[in-house]
Design a protein. Structure first.
Length: 315
């Protein structure tokens, strides 16, 4: 089962405490994914396709409970990916016309997409809006497993209703919501983990939300660890480079003037630097006859490099 199917299954089993929330959810599914056909008797029937059997049964139950409409369900194989598609189709009658009208339906275009009144006037409370978003995702949503990356989209061929949903999400301060169009389909999508987490919380997908939060924490820890490793590697490389440069400068002095040319404290420091077993400044400091600080050793070695340059060292 895909990750999208798991999230939709979780949402399908969520109980809605208010009838207005159930109506908002049903409205989203009908507006974004419903297809209307004018039958011979002059009334419209509604058809919704889904790959989730539990979602299809929820639609039938909800339409019947709210509006007492008869619906049936059929299934067939998708010839492109061999998945089962469940099709819910309502009756076409005077009762269905009243039900669709109650949901804001006015007419259908040539492709069967519904033409509706503005939904925002019906979604006055947070729970109604969040139920509407849940219905939108159930109808035509897709989400990538968080371990494979952050991506959530809602796709619909009803451009008007997709545009309304997009503007609603912008008002929720989900500023990273984006939109695109491919062929005849409109897409609303998120690529930002914070916005996806916020959206999942809104629609009540709390198990998926925990997955996303855990993935974000793991990714953050991994990024911090990589930064520390890279920083340590950089510092190690820098330390080795500095040691080689100092040794080459001391050897140049040794080859041109000899180390006896140096004052005693510089000569002692130079000889210790030539010892390959001593890599850190504090190790050299501990070997000196007169104990000094690490910074003093660093200054002496810098002075030795200066002397080598005065003698003609080009390193």
């Amino acid at each position: 089962m895909s990750y999208t199917a798991l999230v939709k299954k979780e949402l399908s089993y969520k109980n809605l405490s208010k009838s207005c929330c159930e109506k908002a959810l049903l409205s989203a599914m009908i507006r974004l994914e419903g297809k209307f056909t004018k039958e011979r008797n002059g009334y419209f029937s509604l058809r919704i396709n889904t790959e989730d059997n539990s979602e299809a049964r929820w639609i039938i139950f909800s339409i019947n409970r709210i509006y007492s409409l008869h619906s049936d369900i059929r299934r067939k194989k998708n010839r492109f990916n061999d998945k089962t598609i469940f099709t819910v189709k309502t009756e076409a009658s005077y009762a269905s016309e009243n039900a669709f009208s109650d949901l804001g339906f006015m007419d259908a275009d040539a492709k069967g997409n519904g033409i509706f009144t503005d939904i925002t006037e019906y979604l006055l409370s947070d729970c109604d809006r969040y139920s509407y978003y849940r219905g939108a995702f159930l109808a035509c949503g897709l989400i990538r497993e968080p371990k494979k990356g952050y991506f959530l989209e809602i796709a619909s061929k009803n451009a008007t209703e997709t545009d309304r949903l997009y503007n609603m999400l912008l008002k929720e301060s989900l500023l990273n919501v984006k939109r695109s169009k491919r062929r005849n389909t409109e897409y609303i999508y998120f690529c930002n983990s914070e916005d996806i987490s916020t959206f999942l919380n809104m629609i009540g997908a709390h198990n998926a939300l925990m997955d996303y939060e855990n993935a974000r924490i793991e990714k953050s820890i991994m990024n911090d660890t990589n930064r520390m490793i890279n920083c340590d590697e950089y510092n190690t490389d820098k330390s080795v480079e500095t040691k080689i440069r100092q040794i080459n400068a001391i050897r140049y002095i040794q080859g041109t003037k000899g180390l006896d040319f140096l004052e005693e404290k510089l000569k002692e420091t130079a000889l210790l630097r030539l010892n390959e077993e001593l890599t850190e400044y504090n190790e050299i400091a501990e070997r000196l006859k007169v104990k000094v600080s690490k910074s003093t050793v660093q200054k002496r070695l810098a002075k030795l490099e200066g002397i080598a340059k005065d003698l003609g060292y080009k390193g």
